[in-house]
Every structure is written in structure tokens, then in C-alpha cells.
Ligand binder design. Structure first.
Ligand code: FAD
Length: 380
């Protein structure tokens, strides 16, 4: 019997598997897809995650594959004017004891898969987990292909639409009515308006565009997000590419031009869930998006999954029984991730405000004297 079974091989599941394997546990990870992989777009890693990645010995490789941005900038999507920025080098790095890094998701995912292999994790693809039953000291994991695995604990890392979450909560993902389009194109093919070592969000009425460089600045990553009128009309097919240009029609030229570099054949409707306090059922524990899916406005979903993995391993190595470790993990993580989930929603509302609200927001943001007051709770 392995000590730990992890269901799901995204960033959350791989991080949990790696943290527990390097803490001395035998770990088996089951992923439903035929191959490990992540969609080819960017991911921001704030210092609360990069501190952990450095402790795990993975940060240098991740930073070499990515970009260490110079500034985090909020700009108005209509006028193009910069509103506020945080310098990410110098004092920021000293204050949070780690850098801000942006990386191609597939690079981070590959680095985590390789790290898990080195740490001795048994990695299996093509296995869909259906449910987990617990006795007092064993988790039984049942897969769609009829296989059953016994372990001391099972970690649910099966994402936003988690099947295993049903053991702790009778809820469904909540649709925001917003949809994201992504794209990563060679830098020489794209005009960028801002340097590629800036992470920039142009925020506008019911829409925004994020841009930053990837792979040492060879690629430009863009994410465009907007509220779908078709969703508001109650249509089932909503957020299609036909709505994209219109959603940004009131924005400045750079934002509108940037839309041409987005992939039109895939889109990400944006969902979260209401925070739940309990993530444990017997020997099953939730992590990552399965536990606390959030809107992506704070760029924290993967960062919080990495924090989960770190805390779970730290509680496990205290040597108490698994019941105590899972309860301690749950209680130290749930209130923090609930705050991130709630703040992400509010942050989205502030970004997407229109009319007088937008003018007031811009006025407040341009006069912000101290950004650390707003980032300490998250990054420190
Ligand atoms: P997932 O990535 O969903 O992984 C779940 C895995 O489990 C998948 O591999 C899936 O195939 C597998 N699986 C599912 N069901 C089963 C099953 N039954 N059996 C076996 N395997 C199963 N976060 C950041 O930190 N920074 C950012 O900049 C950022 N930007 C974002 C931008 C956008 C547009 C979006 C939508 C999200 C963003 N996020 C960001 C959030 C981040 O992507 C997620 O929070 C994170 O990837 C969640 O990881 P996870 O492993 O918990 O879940």
C-alpha cells in the first residue's frame, strides 16, 4: 500500500505529490488524460509561491525558463494611461524574500513532472478516479477502468469540476459570465506598447487584457477577459469569438490590436465556488482548485495550490497521525484561501467598473502611495 494517492496531475496534484514524496512518503499520482501536459499559455508566480519553489530546489530552473518581470502595472484600457505599478525588483524582492516570476505553464508543468519522477512518485496517466471510500486508516480509490488503489490518505487534486469534492460539499461551480481568451505568439510578430518585462493589465468596462513576456521574452502572452452579452441573455452558447471584438470596442488602440494574437479555437469560461470550511472526509483531503477554485484576477490559483502542497507536507512530517495532520492542514489553509477567493471576486468588480465608478477608481489608483499595504497579506 502506498502512503499517499493523488488524484489529478495538474500543478496542484504534482506539487502535492512532490512535497509529500520529498518528505519521505511513497506517492502514486493518477491523471485521467492520456499524457501529462498543460495548455500553452503563461502563469504568474508571486513570491508566496516562489519562496516554496525555491525551498523545493526548483526555482532556478523555473526562473531560467521564464521571465523575472520588472514591474506589475495596472493601466486604463480605454485611455491607455498607467494607473499604478509595483516595482518587482529591489525592495519588493527583499520584502518578500523571493522574486515574482512568469513562466509558460507547460514549462512549469514539465519541471514538476520531472521533479516528481526524481523524487520517486509513481505517475500514471489514463486513469480516471471515480470515488474514494475511507475506513478508519485506509483510503480506497476507485477508477473508471475498474482498478482500486489502497493508500493511507487520498489527495483530491482534480480541479474546478472535482468529482471527489462531492464527499465534502454538495455544490457546483458558479459561472461569472466572463470568459477568457489566451494566446502566446513570438515577440517579433507582436507590437506590445509596453516593455515585455512588465506584467500589464489594461482594465476596462466589463473587460480587461493582461500581457507579459514568456521564455526570456521570446513570446508575448496575452489573456483577454470580457463579460458575455449572450450569457446575460440566458443563451447556453455564450462567450464565442463573435463577441470578442465588440467587448473591447471601447478600448484603446493597443488593447484592440492585441486581440488578433489570441487563439479563437479555445476559450475559458470563468467559474469559482463559494468557499467551504471543510476539505476532509475520512482519509480524503481536497487541495488546489478542487478545494478553492477562484476567479483568476489575483493570479493566485496555482500559487495557492503550491501553498497547499507545502502546508500538507509540513503537517504530515510533524509525525502525528494522519487524522491530526489533515485537520491541521485544513484549518490552517481554508480561511486563507477563502479570503483569496473572495478578494479575487472583488478585485474583478473593481477592474471592470464603468462610468463614474471607473473615473473614481482611476483617481484612487493613481494616488496610491503605498502598494505594499495591499500585497503584504497575500505575498508576505
Ligand atoms: P487543474 O489544473 O484543473 O488540474 C486538475 C487535473 O486533474 C487535470 O490534469 C485533470 O485532467 C485531472 N483530473 C480531473 N478529474 C480527474 C479524475 N477524475 N481522475 C484523474 N484525474 C483527473 N493561477 C496562478 O497562480 N497564476 C496565474 O497567473 C493564473 N492565471 C490564470 C489565468 C486563467 C485564464 C485561468 C483560467 C486560471 C489562472 N490561474 C492562475 C489559476 C490556475 O490555472 C489554477 O488555479 C491551477 O491551474 C489549478 O491547478 P489544479 O492542479 O488544482 O487543477
Amino acid at each position: 500500500m502506498t502512503d499517499v494517492l493523488v488524484a489529478g496531475g495538474g500543478i496542484g496534484g504534482l506539487s502535492a505529490a512532490y512535497a509529500l514524496a520529498t518528505a519521505g512518503y511513497s506517492v502514486r499520482l493518477l491523471e485521467r488524460s492520456a499524457e501529462f501536459g498543460e495548455v500553452g499559455a503563461g502563469l504568474q508566480l508571486a513570491p508566496n509561491a516562489t519562496r516554496i519553489l525555491r525551498e523545493w530546489g526548483l526555482l532556478d530552473e523555473i526562473a531560467q525558463a521564464g521571465v523575472l518581470p520588472r514591474r506589475l502595472v495596472l493601466a486604463d484600457a480605454v485611455s491607455g494611461d498607467e494607473l499604478v505599478h509595483a516595482e518587482l525588483t529591489g525592495e519588493f524582492k527583499k520584502r518578500y524574500h523571493a522574486p515574482y516570476v512568469v513562466v509558460h505553464r507547460s514549462d512549469l508543468h514539465r519541471i514538476l513532472v520531472e521533479a516528481c519522477r526524481r523524487a520517486g512518485v509513481t505517475l500514471e496517466t489514463g486513469r480516471t478516479v471515480e470515488r474514494v471510500d475511507s475506513t478508519e486508516d485506509t483510503a480506497f480509490t476507485y477508477c473508471a477502468d475498474g482498478s482500486v488503489f489502497e493508500s493511507q490518505i487520498a489527495v483530491a487534486a482534480d480541479g474546478l469540476t472535482s468529482k471527489l469534492r462531492r464527499a465534502v460539499a454538495d455544490d457546483e461551480p458558479i459561472c461569472s459570465g466572463y470568459v477568457a481568451y489566451r494566446g502566446a505568439v513570438p515577440a517579433e510578430e507582436a507590437s506590445t506598447a509596453m516593455p515585455l518585462d512588465d506584467v500589464v493589465a489594461w482594465i476596462g468596462p466589463r473587460c480587461h487584457l493582461v500581457q507579459y513576456g514568456l521564455r526570456r521574452g521570446e513570446l508575448v502572452n496575452r489573456v483577454a477577459v470580457f463579460a458575455s452579452p449572450a450569457y446575460e441573455r440566458g443563451e447556453t452558447d455564450w462567450g464565442g469569438p463573435d463577441e470578442l471584438e465588440e467587448a473591447f470596442a471601447g478600448c484603446g488602440e493597443h488593447v484592440r490590436r492585441s486581440l488578433s494574437s489570441l487563439w479563437r479555437d479555445r476559450r475559458w469560461p470563468m467559474y469559482d465556488r463559494i468557499p467551504v470550511e471543510n476539505w476532509v472526509s475520512g482519509r480524503l483531503v481536497l487541495t488546489g482548485d478542487a478545494a478553492h477554485p477562484m476567479l483568476q484576477y489575483l493570479a493566485q490559483g496555482a500559487c495557492q495550490a503550491i501553498e497547499d502542497a507545502h502546508t500538507l507536507a509540513a503537517e504530515a512530517v510533524k509525525g502525528e497521525d494522519w487524522g491530526t495532520a489533515l485537520a491541521a492542514f485544513n484549518s490552517s489553509r481554508a480561511s486563507r484561501t477563502a479570503r483569496v477567493q473572495r478578494t479575487a471576486r472583488t478585485w474583478g468588480d473593481i477592474w471592470h467598473v464603468d462610468g463614474v465608478g471607473r473615473l473614481l477608481r482611476n483617481e484612487l489608483m493613481t494616488s496610491l502611495a503605498e502598494v505594499y499595504r495591499h500585497t503584504d497579506w497575500l505575498y508576505a
